[in-house]
Ligand binder design. Structure first.
Ligand code: CAA
Ligand code: FAD
Length: 385
């Protein structure tokens, strides 16, 4: 890659992983990107490929069939996939940083032994928190779970659930005791065959190959042993996992911005106008230089947050900053990349416009940009007041 910035604190293992994911993305994913975007569907061979490459249990222990890599490795995988297709990237991101991580962090030994191997081998996971009336205000969720002997009965619905068209394992957040407010929220694992109704896919502006569906639970019976982390612990599980997940979305947006940059910049040195390559006009060269600075800043924020998390240090504020900033950078760099390629950039042919369409979601999911700012602001207020 022409620019991966000056950040070079990756281990040999992480560098080898980056090379391997780059090869997979270029050889296997790239040929399918346009077709998947136009058909609004994920090619099953790509999902299988991700599992076969060991990328779907990236931090999972070898004992449970995973690759046992670092958190930074999981972030590298998301970034590399996003350089080629942000849809494939988010599928892997949700599966690893949200679903697998919940089992690894909060699951009992029995739950880990049961679920992690399936999730590393072939079964795709979904994280089901948002609802029609509770997006940013996620803890106001209306899905309810009622104990019934050795089962819980879940009723309600979820909206916007990534991977849900292809997934087999669902982490569902439901309230078992609304009188306790959000302290009744509980996390359950359920499988598709228990009777989850999965509605049609949303038609979207971007990340169109990534499935996003509404789910309905009509007296869904889930064994009591499928509660993760205990009754009432769900809200903390959800937000603590999202703190980590936000570094993943930062990496997705960083990879996306780099992917757009890598496509458009070489073109500016080939395309001649007024007898010289357009990229050598100062007006263009300075825009490109500024975009490189933006990319570098997003990269430093993202990998700094990843290392903090990996080293067990506080990282919530830094993760919010990384997600907020990388989402801004993704929009600005991919938007400019279209302009650098002129009319050609505006067509579907080059794929640059797709990066721009895909970039919009970064400021919306896993906490909108305002929610990230609110998180950062709370830290500042605590420190300075
Ligand atoms: N980290 C840890 N704990 C946090 C926290 C954070 N960032 N933010 C809030 N909390 C805790 C508080 O400490 C408090 O817990 P205690 O009572 O135990 O102390 C509790 O949460 C409630 O705190 P607040 O009253 O301050 O929070 P709130 O109710 O106003 O909002 C929130 C909390 C719902 C987490 C909100 O800040 C938020 O992040 N909303 C966005 C939701 C979100 O990110 N959804 C993503 C869905 S998944 C997804 O999108 C995946 C995908 O697309 C790919
Ligand atoms: P709202 O919360 O209604 O926000 C609308 C606007 O109001 C935003 O600009 C927001 O910043 C602003 N706003 C709201 N509250 C405040 C405030 N307090 N201060 C300032 N501004 C505020 N959810 C899942 O659970 N699992 C998934 O896998 C998942 N995947 C998704 C995939 C896609 C493609 C999309 C679009 C969404 C996905 N989501 C998922 C849901 C996503 O997390 C929510 O869309 C997001 O949290 C925002 O919620 P909302 O859409 O209800 O917007």
């Amino acid at each position: 890659n022409a620019i991966i910035g000056s950040l070079d604190n990756f281990t040999d293992e992480e560098k080898m992983l980056r090379d391997a994911v780059q090869r997979f993305a270029v050889d296997v994913v790239a040929p399918k990107v346009r077709e998947m975007d136009e058909n609004e569907s994920m090619d099953p061979s790509i999902i299988k490929g991700l599992f076969d490459q060991g990328l779907m249990g990236i931090e999972t222990s070898a004992e449970h069939g995973g690759a046992e890599c670092s958190f930074t490795s999981a972030i590298i995988v998301i970034e590399e996939l996003a350089k080629i297709d942000p849809s494939v990237s988010v599928m892997c991101d949700v599966h690893n940083t949200l679903v697998n991580t919940i089992f690894r962090t909060y699951g009992t030994q029995e739950q880990q032994a049961k679920w992690l191997p399936q999730l590393a081998e072939s079964k795709l996971g979904s994280f089901c928190l948002s609802e029609t009336a509770s997006g940013s205000d996620a803890f106001a969720l209306q899905t309810r779970a009622k104990k019934d002997g050795d089962h819980y009965i879940i009723n309600g619905s979820k909206m916007w659930i990534t991977n849900s068209h292809e997934a087999e394992v669902f982490l569902i957040f439901a309230n078992v005791d609304p009188s306790k407010g959000y302290k009744g929220i509980t996390c359950f694992v359920a499988t598709k065959d228990m009777g989850i109704e999965i509605m049609k896919k949303e038609q979207k502006l971007g990340i169109r190959a990534s499935s996003t569906c509404t789910l309905n639970f009509d007296n869904l019976r889930v064994p009591a042993e499928n509660v993760i982390g205990g009754e009432g612990k769900g809200y903390k599980i959800a937000i603590e996992i999202l703190n980590e997940g936000r570094i993943g979305i930062a990496a997705q947006m960083l990879g996306l911005a780099q992917g757009a940059f890598d496509k458009a910049v070489p073109y500016t040195y080939q395309r001649q106008q007024f007898g010289q390559p357009i990229g050598t006009f100062q007006g263009m060269a300075f825009q490109i230089a500024r975009a490189a600075v933006e990319l570098e800043s997003a990269r430093l924020l993202t990998y700094n947050a990843a290392r903090l998390k990996e080293e067990g240090k506080p990282f919530t504020k830094e993760a919010a900053m990384a997600k907020y900033w990388a989402s801004q950078v993704a929009q600005s760099v991919s938007g400019q990349a279209i302009e650098w390629a002129g009319g050609v950039g505006f067509t579907r042919e080059t794929g640059i416009e797709k990066f721009w369409r895909d970039s919009k979601i970064g400021a919306i999911y896993e906490g909108t940009s305002n929610i990230q700012l609110q998180t950062i602001a709370k830290f500042i207020q605590k420190q300075y007041s």
